[in-house]
Design a protein around this ligand. Structure first.
Ligand code: C2E
Ligand code: CA
Ligand code: CA
Ligand code: CA
Length: 279
């Protein structure tokens, strides 16, 4: 038994070392990734459930590591948050996404809304509002064509300060949405004080929507709550026709997911918008 315990210990120690090593390796790489131009953005269409038309896109970051290939943001965003690198990376995302939306408009495509994810650390940074203003100024993008997706968890940390920033951003003409609604902290009581325009139902509630009656109840409740608060409601992670039909039948406003399109490079968004203009 003792022997087995030792083996187990070695096994766990090795596992832990591997993940610490991986973290250090990623962190080392992250420090230089911006300067080395290793990031790019993909864009996932957001579709109006009634018209079936694209009205916006969400910018999603990708990191092309020279040795490890494409690294998922699920692996490096948390690390970028812990290390503070998220502020510089987030700035790059904002500028790149704003410039891209302006470029589509300048190409004569129908105007759409660009949604950018803002992480907690980035949102809490003192100069967030100035940083967003700078990205809009530099790209000459209309603030009405920018939306920030924020997560519930960040909002809870310093309520008064977060609400203040949100009001400033809203006053500039930018819209705000609550991402991953229903996961993490529950912010039902705070919802009423946030100047947001959209609730996003997290994909964990959408995945089994076709046959899980609990998920159906949650989705219906969020849609009804959102509408009562005069918010639009979007569902993410929509992969099947059944999920889409359920959401449409239950009055959800918008959807996003592989059923319509995966996150794609800018040229594919342009092609989709051109196709839409010909319909
Ligand atoms: P999120 O904001 O909840 O984004 C939705 C995630 O679901 C994205 O993963 C997207 O590619 C994926 N997705 C879209 N449609 C489907 C679908 O039909 N089925 C499934 N299973 N997944 C779908 P991704 O791109 O790997 O991003 C993961 C997370 O990383 C994001 O979650 C977001 O929290 C964060 N992230 C991504 N880009 C950025 C960024 O530029 N800045 C910050 N701060 N965070 C980012
Ligand atoms: Ca998001
Ligand atoms: Ca998120
Ligand atoms: Ca989500």
């Amino acid at each position: 038994a003792k022997e087995m315990g030792n083996n187990n210990f070695q096994f766990y120690a090795r596992e832990m070392n591997a993940s610490v090593e991986e973290k250090l390796m990623l962190l080392e790489g992250l420090r230089g990734a911006l300067d080395e131009g290793q990031f790019h953005l993909l864009y996932q269409p957001k579709v109006d459930l009634r018209s079936g038309l694209i009205f916006g896109v969400e910018a999603l970051i990708r990191w092309e590591h020279p040795e490890h290939g494409v690294v998922s943001p699920l692996r490096f965003i948390a690390l970028a948050e812990e290390s503070g690198l998220i502020v510089a990376i987030g700035d790059w995302v904002l500028h790149t996404a704003c410039r891209q939306n302006k470029a589509w408009q300048d190409a004569g495509l129908a105007p759409i809304i660009m949604s950018v994810n803002v992480s907690p650390r980035q949102f809490e940074e003192k100069r967030l509002v100035e940083r967003v203003a700078a990205a809009l100024r530099e790209s000459a993008l209309d603030p009405g064509a920018l939306e920030l997706e924020v997560t519930e968890s960040l909002i809870m940390r310093d309520l008064a300060q977060s609400v203040g920033k949100m009001r400033e951003l809203k006053a500039m003409g930018i819209s705000l949405s609550i991402d991953d609604f229903g996961t993490g902290y529950s912010s039902l009581s705070s919802l009423k004080s946030f100047p947001i325009s959209t609730l996003k139902i997290d994909k964990s509630f959408v995945r089994e929507l076709a046959d899980n009656t609990d998920d159906q109840a949650i989705a219906m409740a969020v849609i009804s709550l959102g509408h009562k608060l005069n918010l639009r409601v979007i569902a993410e992670g929509v992969e099947t026709e059944q999920q889409c039909t359920f959401l449409r039948d239950n009055d959800c406003d918008e959807m996003q997911g592989y059923l319509f399109s995966r996150p794609v490079p800018p040229a594919q968004i342009a092609a989709l918008l051109e196709e839409q203009a010909r319909m």
